[in-house]
Write a protein that binds this ligand. Structure first.
Ligand code: AVJ
Ligand code: FE
Length: 442
C-alpha cells in the first residue's frame, strides 16, 4: 500500500514536471533565437534568461538539495539568481545562448528525474508529500506565465494560437452580486502538501457581511467607465493612482488602441475589437481601484475574496477550490476553469457555471488574476519555507495581493489559497478585478 502511494506520487510528479516542460518548450521554441535573446520590455527578462533560470532553480532544489548531488553547472548560479541580477541588467550578461540553455535544462531534468526515481518522499519536510518537486513544477509554470506575458509584449507576427473559449450557457448580467454572510471562516492552509509558505498556516478570520460581484468586471463595464470620463475624473482615483495616471498618461488598459469610434486591442500580435462580455485584463491596481469606485463599489479584501471562493456555508469548512476539493484537469479544456494557456484569453462571463463557489460566485479561478484591496503581508504564524526570497522579502513592500489565477496559469500553480502579488502600477500581468461592497447588517 505505502509502496503504491510512493509510486503513484512519483508518477504524478513526473507528469506535472513534464507538462511544465512542454509548455516551456512551446513558449521558447515558437520564436527564433534573435527573439529569445532580445529584451522585449525593460521590466521583463529575455526569454532565454527565464529558460536557464528555470533549470537553475531545478538544479538548486532537486539535484543539489533533495538529491545531494554534484552541480550540473556550478558557475552560473549568480547570473540566474533573480536577486543578484535585476531584470534590467540581464541582457548584458554572458548568458547561456539558446542552444546551451536548452542543453542545460535537459541535463538538469535528467538528473532531477533520477533523483525522483530514488525518493521515498520521507525523511525531511522538503520532500514530504513531494513538496520540493511540486514547488519546482510551480516555479517553472510561474515563469511560463511570465514568458506568456513577454510574448504579449513582443512585437511581430503572431506565433501562439489556441482554440476559442467556451460560450456562456446563458447571458448573464455584469454587476450581478452574491451576498456572503458575516462570520468566521478558515483562511489559508496547513495541510495542502504543495501549498507554498505564504499560504500557511490556516487561521480563523472573522469577516463582516459583504456583497461580491458574481463575475469579474467586463470590458463592457470598463468601456462605460472610459466613456464616462473615468480617466479624467480626479475624484475617482486615489492620490497615488491619480499621480500615476497623469505621469504615465493612462487612457485605457494596456494593449488597447483607439480606432476612431471604438477600442480595439492587440492580443499576442493579433488586432481585433474588444469583446464587451469578457473580463477586462491588463489593468493596474490603480485603474481597478478607480473603476470600482465609479461602479459605486470597491475592491474586495483578500479575506473577502478567499471566503467567497472557499467557504461552504453548509459545512462551515473551506474548500481547496470554489467547486470543491477536486483538482482542475490540466492541459485540457476543463469545465470549471479557464486555466493552463489552453485558451489565450479570458472567457465571457457565465462561461464556467460548473466552477461556481458554494456561495455562487463564478470564474474566481482562471480567466484573470483579480486585484484585491490588500497589501501583501504574512499570515500570523508564518515561517518562510524553504527560502525567504520566495515571498518573505516582499512582505510589507509596495505590493497588492492578486488572487485566482488567469488563463495563463497552470492548474498546479493556483488554488483557493494561492497568493500572488505585484506593484500597483503593473499591468503586463493578466490581471483584472471584481468588485465588492459592504452590506449593512439587517
Ligand atoms: C509569485 C508571481 C510574484 O514571478 O515574481 C518566480 C513567482 N518567484 N520565481 C514572480 C516567482 C520566483 C513570483 N510571483
Ligand atoms: Fe524564478
Amino acid at each position: 500500500q505505502a509502496a503504491d502511494d510512493v509510486e503513484h506520487l512519483r508518477d504524478r510528479v513526473a507528469r506535472t514536471l513534464q507538462r511544465a516542460r512542454t509548455r516551456t518548450e512551446l513558449l521558447t521554441d515558437s520564436v527564433d533565437d534573435a527573439d529569445l535573446v532580445a529584451q522585449h520590455s525593460s521590466i521583463m527578462s529575455p526569454l532565454v534568461w527565464d529558460l536557464a533560470h528555470i533549470g537553475n532553480q531545478e538544479e538548486l532544489w532537486l539535484v543539489r538539495d533533495v538529491g545531494g548531488r554534484e552541480s550540473v553547472r556550478a558557475d552560473i548560479d549568480e547570473m540566474y539568481d533573480a536577486f543578484k541580477t535585476p531584470r534590467k541588467n540581464r541582457p548584458a550578461l554572458p548568458l547561456l545562448d539558446p542552444t546551451q540553455a536548452r542543453a542545460y535544462v535537459r541535463s538538469v531534468r535528467d538528473e532531477a528525474l533520477d533523483v525522483l526515481s530514488n525518493t521515498r518522499f520521507a525523511g525531511n519536510r522538503l520532500v514530504e508529500g513531494g513538496f520540493a518537486f511540486g514547488m519546482v513544477a510551480q516555479h517553472e509554470q510561474q515563469h511560463d506565465e511570465t514568458m506568456l506575458a513577454t510574448h504579449q509584449l513582443r512585437v511581430g507576427a503572431p506565433v501562439l494560437h489556441a482554440p476559442p473559449t467556451p460560450r456562456p450557457a446563458t447571458s448573464l448580467r455584469p454587476g450581478a452580486e452574491t451576498v456572503v454572510a458575516a462570520g468566521t471562516f478558515e483562511m489559508g492552509t496547513s495541510v495542502d502538501p504543495w501549498a507554498l509558505d505564504n499560504e500557511r498556516p490556516a487561521h480563523t478570520v472573522d469577516v463582516p457581511a459583504f456583497a461580491i460581484d458574481t463575475f469579474p468586471v467586463t470590458n463592457g463595464q470598463y468601456l462605460d467607465f472610459i466613456a464616462d470620463g473615468g480617466y479624467d475624473r480626479r475624484e475617482l482615483w486615489s492620490e497615488r493612482g491619480w499621480q500615476h495616471r497623469v505621469e504615465a498618461g493612462l487612457t485605457a488598459p494596456q494593449f488597447w488602441y483607439s480606432d476612431g469610434d471604438g477600442w480595439g486591442h492587440d492580443v499576442f500580435g493579433q488586432r481585433g475589437p474588444v469583446d464587451p462580455d469578457r473580463p477586462v485584463v491588463h489593468v493596474s491596481w490603480f485603474e481597478a481601484d478607480a473603476c470600482a469606485r465609479w461602479l459605486g463599489k470597491r475592491l474586495p479584501t483578500e479575506a473577502e475574496w478567499e471566503k467567497a471562493a472557499r467557504w461552504d456555508p453548509t459545512s462551515g469548512s473551506s474548500r481547496t477550490y470554489p467547486w470543491g476539493d477536486e483538482h482542475p484537469e490540466a492541459g485540457v479544456h476543463d469545465r470549471r476553469a479557464n486555466l493552463g494557456q489552453t485558451h489565450l484569453e479570458p472567457a465571457a462571463i457565465g462561461a464556467y457555471p460548473d466552477g461556481a463557489s458554494a456561495t455562487g460566485v463564478q470564474q474566481m479561478i482562471g480567466d484573470v488574476w483579480e486585484w484585491t484591496s490588500s497589501d501583501f503581508h504574512s499570515y500570523p504564524g508564518f515561517r518562510f519555507f524553504p527560502y525567504a526570497e520566495y515571498s518573505e522579502v516582499f512582505h510589507g513592500g509596495d505590493y497588492k495581493v492578486l488572487r485566482g489565477g488567469s488563463f495563463g496559469t497552470d492548474p498546479v500553480a493556483v488554488r483557493g489559497t494561492f497568493r500572488n502579488w505585484d506593484h500597483p502600477i503593473r499591468r503586463q500581468i493578466f490581471a483584472g478585478f471584481r468588485c465588492a461592497r459592504d452590506v449593512v447588517a439587517g
